[in-house]
Design a protein around this ligand. Structure first.
Ligand code: ZN
Length: 345
């Protein structure tokens, strides 16, 4: 696992221990800063008034680790306050579901429609071909069917590509992710391009800054006042299969981000402290640079070795192969509480 080691070394160089990976090539070929061609897509609106959901705001200092030159921010790391907020949202939704007597049914096979929005520079840099998009859907389907490892658990979820659109816009191409202090650059493109409802997956590809591979909205944010058009998953375009993000070019950035979109936290959420990632069968994992490693590790006193092969850890794509039974149960529950059409009735 030499590749994994080199990833760990890169992490040790001081990046945040999050979806943040030093992809020094990510900036190559980008249009010069200041290129501001108008978006091509005809936006129904470009409102930027929607508030960032409280959970994003609640994510605290855990989201940024002081780095040497690169400060990375993973919008999907919650920290203690954010985890508590997620639990409270879940409790409220459970209570509502019990009132309607719609909860606790086992989730049957569920097909999620996927709308892919490819954003390129005005010159077409960063384009992702239909072929690569289809490969990405295949990667998701294999991962969520438990086909990537004999230790993985099959989920009820499968993915059906419903549409691909492309927008040439240098103004939209390079995205800064949202932080606890401000909206990201994703608001206008998301508001303009989003399709469907909370049970539809909107997947955006763009050139993310600061080495970020991707980020996603959580299910409970749909009840937190998030503009429904901002729901979705964002990934670095070069992370789709056959892209140029070395080590991260098999499409598992999307696998990881869709895990967040379905309600999973990082396996190292809250480090060795309870309540961890709110899933019982993913052993606790320290939240240091170890999260990038694919080696056998046991960083917490609690029972069990670190789940380094879990899709919600930070190994490179070759390393990540598994969802646990508990994670599949959590995704199914979160779907029923927040995303299924029944949850909205
Ligand atoms: Zn993540």
């Amino acid at each position: 696992m030499t590749a994994a080691h080199s990833r760990a070394l890169r992490a040790a160089a001081g990046l945040a221990a999050l979806s943040v990976v030093a992809l020094t090539s990510a900036g190559a070929g980008l249009p010069p800063t200041g290129t501001t061609a108008a978006p091509v897509a005809t936006a129904a609106t470009t409102s930027t008034t929607a508030a960032v959901g409280p959970c994003l705001s609640a994510a605290d200092g855990h989201r940024v680790r002081a780095g040497s030159g690169l400060d990375g921010v993973d919008p999907n790391s919650l920290g203690a306050a954010g985890t508590e907020h997620a639990q409270q949202a879940e409790d409220r939704a459970s209570a509502r579901a019990q009132q309607r007597r719609t909860s606790s049914a086992r989730l049957g096979k569920t097909t999620i429609d996927v709308y892919v929005h490819v954003i390129t520079s005005s010159k077409g840099q960063g384009d992702v071909s239909d072929k690569r998009v289809k490969k990405q859907i295949d990667v998701l389907n294999r991962a969520y069917a438990g086909k990537t490892s004999k230790y993985s658990t099959a989920s009820p979820f499968s993915f059906r590509l419903r549409g691909i659109d492309r927008t040439r816009s240098s103004a939209w191409y390079r995205w800064d992710a949202p932080t606890e202090l401000q909206d990201g650059d994703d608001v206008a493109p998301k508001v303009a391009l989003h399709r469907g409802g909370p049970d539809d997956l909107n997947l955006y590809t763009a050139a993310l800054t600061d080495g970020l591979l991707g980020y996603a909205t959580f299910p409970w944010e749909t009840r937190d006042g998030l503009d429904p058009r901002r729901d979705g998953v964002v990934v670095l375009g070069t992370s789709l299969p056959d892209g140029s993000a070395r080590g991260y070019d098999r499409g598992d950035s999307a696998t990881h981000e869709v895990g967040h979109w379905l309600g999973l936290l990082h396996t190292f959420e809250n480090g060795c402290r309870t309540p961890g990632d709110l899933v019982d069968d993913t052993p606790a994992q320290a939240d240091g640079d170890n999260v990038f490693s694919c080696s056998k590790l046991d960083t917490c006193k609690a029972k069990g070795r670190d789940p380094v092969h879990n899709f919600m850890s930070y190994g490179d794509d070759a390393c990540l192969t598994r969802f646990s039974k508990g994670q599949v149960a959590r995704m199914s529950e979160q779907w029923q509480l927040f995303r299924s059409p029944a949850a909205l009735s």
